[in-house]
Design a protein around this ligand. Structure first.
Ligand code: FES
Length: 168
């Protein structure tokens, strides 16, 4: 955005909201105004960015950085970071961050199983430390699709969205 130094999009969709996104966003907006930074740093809320299990998530542009698990208590540090002071390294979600590596490994293993029945996928999911609620969330977000297999039993398809994100 040409008139600001930073543009921050805070996800306030349901999963992030349940984890404290609105409290964090409110405090962030107040702190930005309190420090007189609102002409330089624009804050908006947004819908899901497909990292629902590790929210609250936000995206910082032009840095092109995703920060996850940011809570109201982290806002002062976040504001300092947005001014170029300090870092938010442990909040950064990238292809090499722990949560994304776990998902990558899970999808890589699942992509090698054929046919990928629902019980087989559930076993892989649990092995990688996720649960049934996570499977449902991945289905809602379009990373997997449930379809009847050749024998009519439910099977899992790993979608192009997941294959693209996790390079599997
Ligand atoms: S609800 Fe925030 S990333 Fe999905």
């Amino acid at each position: 955005m040409y008139w600001t130094n930073r543009h921050v999009l805070v996800c306030t969709a349901s999963h992030c909201a349940q984890k404290g996104a609105n409290e964090m966003l409110g405090k962030l907006r107040l702190e930005i105004v309190r420090q007189g930074l609102d002409s330089q740093i624009l804050i908006n809320n947004c819908g899901t960015i497909d990292l629902c299990d590790i929210g609250p998530n936000l995206v910082v542009y032009p840095d092109n950085v995703i920060l996850s698990g940011v809570q109201a208590k982290d806002v002062k540090r976040l504001v300092a970071y947005l001014q170029g002071e300090g870092d938010m390294d442990e909040f950064v979600t990238s292809p090499t961050s722990t949560a994304e590596v776990r998902r990558h490994d899970l999808y890589q293993e699942a992509a090698g199983v054929a046919p990928l029945t629902e019980p087989a996928f559930t076993e892989i999911v649990e092995k990688h430390g996720f649960d049934a609620a996570w499977i449902d969330e991945q289905a809602r977000r379009g990373f997997i699709a449930r379809k009847p297999g050749e024998d009519g039993a439910p099977s899992i398809t790993i979608t192009t969205k997941a294959r693209t994100r996790y390079a599997v």
